[in-house]
Design a protein around this ligand. Sequence first.
Ligand code: NAI
Ligand code: NA
Length: 396
Amino acid sequence: MIIEPRMRGFICLTSHPDGCAQNVKNQIEYVKSKGAINGPKKVLVIGASTGFGLASRITAAFGSDAATIGVFFEKAPSEGKTASPGWYNSAAFEKEAHAAGLYAKSINGDAFSKEIKEKTLALIKTDLGQVDLIIYSLASPVRKHPDTEFLHRSVLKPIGAPFSNKTVDFHTGNVSTVTIEPANEEDIANTVAVMGGEDWAMWIDALKAENLLANGATTVAYSYIGPALTEAVYRKGTIGRAKDDLEATAFKIGDQLKDINGQAYVSVNKALVTQASSAIPVIPLYISLLYKVMKAEGIHEGTIEQIQRLYADRLYTGKPIPTDDKGRIRIDDWEMREDVQAQVAKLWEEATTETLPTIGDLPGYRSDFLSLFGFEIDQVDYQKDTNEMVEIEGLV
Ligand code: NAI
Ligand code: NA
């Protein structure tokens, strides 16, 4: 069928299999162009189908010839209805990995559940024996707690007081002021339950208990900090509490892995257009100004550039891993550069519906958003009939 983007609010209801496949191929080519990394050999990526997790899987496989197991939660296609983009991404990844002679298998289901953990552990046991890198890259609005069965819902709210600032509707380019009411204690606890470190720790506990972690194994989860402009709604808001918890969990896991010479890190990544970040008020305006500045400075990166740099310049250099004073790896270093932030802060003051087309990168934002769903990719012929019923080769 011919597949076109169908937008509803902040989401796109359709996705393009060929566009998603081309995205994956482009990421693979990028990693190969940067040369081999003396990196991991057997890798588990939790949240492997889109965003930073997909880039982590691609970098491990095509930068270091690693065997990979990917866990994700994606919608399969049905006749006349496209799959979610992560399904098509994973299908393309598996195909490319197998063609390159690499082991790759995938598990589609709720990573928060006991069932999916058990399934993953069993697969590692029979196929890989142990893993030496575990990437934790889940982004979810909900988590059903495996012990209580309670369905926690995360919220994106400030804490303590209402927050007002500018925001943009990136579809129309309309800049307006938004006010977000503060969270209550329950909101905070729920957001920490979904996006904090508890599930990461549960994964590592389970892997360790079954002796599935190689000596010297590393685990990395992803976090974000960002500037003062977005602090109230991000780092000092409910999601920030979850990230504080995730970062604290890295130390607990690190202690727990000492006897196998293992290590646990949080990597602080750059702000990028994803389905999740598009839904946070204020952030899309910040990103459109940030992109403009970083592109002008020649330091703009997408997920694959970020993660290739994480592996090549931070994790696998053969030297100690550089961290900040809170033990975090920083690949948001270029975003947070003083000159970059000074320029963004100045543009922020000037941003209106009228000025944004000149001072911001809304076209870049929109095109990154559509490309998440496989649309507006250069090499793809969208007039061509395509098959939505794509299977994932290594799906277990
Ligand atoms: P994403 O939405 O692109 O990826 C989320 C992944 O989690 C997908 O593979 C999805 O299938 C999987 N997933 C979601 N719920 C699941 C479940 N219940 N069971 C199994 N898999 C599930 O998100 P993105 O942006 O790559 O985020 C990953 C991490 O990076 C998050 O911790 C996020 O906070 C962090 N981060 C994101 C930044 C951004 O600007 N997008 C910046 C810095 C950090
Ligand atoms: Na991810």
